[in-house]
Design a protein around this ligand. Structure first.
Ligand code: ATP
Ligand code: MG
Length: 137
């Protein structure tokens, strides 16, 4: 059993897709063991995405992620990290496979509806940045 960190991004909360995304997460065998709706400050977004700070899209990424409410989650299941990455699909919805969250819901590379940790180290860091241990049940 493994845990991963997930975000339902502002483009998806704006289109009222939290329930639809959560249904697909649960149908994929992942359990939502922590969840809250929040709005990040720019400081929080910059810290979360620090690894991308030299990338040309960094400013746009911080703007996008602070443009509205997000739903942050901890997902638990067998191979949760890889399993959720597979459910999300490619970063660019034009390249995402049929049945993936990004194929169904994403509008563009920037407005791509969901985030999921890409490794065990990232999952640990991202969960710790967003939840206390008591909030994960
Ligand atoms: P995430 O980390 O959000 O799960 P990812 O791992 O598929 O996505 P990364 O390469 O880590 O993609 O990029 C982080 C996020 O930055 C992407 O989800 C996307 O929203 C944004 N992003 C990446 N590339 C671009 C781009 N060329 N233009 C605009 N935004 C981008
Ligand atoms: Mg990533």
């Amino acid at each position: 059993i493994e845990r991963t960190f997930s975000i339902i991004k502002p483009d998806a909360t704006a289109r009222n897709l939290t329930g639809a995304i959560n249904t697909l997460i649960e149908n994929a065998g992942l359990r939502i063991v922590a969840q809250k709706r929040v709005r990040w400050t720019k400081t929080q977004a910059r810290e979360f995405y620090a690894e991308h700070k030299a990338r040309p899209f960094f400013a746009e990424l911080v703007e996008t992620m602070t443009s509205g409410p997000i739903v942050v989650q901890v997902l638990e299941g067998e191979d949760a990290i890889a399993s959720y990455r597979a459910l999300m699909g490619a970063t660019d919805p034009a390249e995402a496979k049929r049945g993936t969250l990004r194929k169904r819901f994403a509008e563009s590379k920037g407005q791509n509806s969901v985030h999921g940790s890409d490794s065990a180290a990232s999952a640990k860091r991202e969960i710790a940045l967003n939840f206390t241990t008591k909030e994960i049940v």
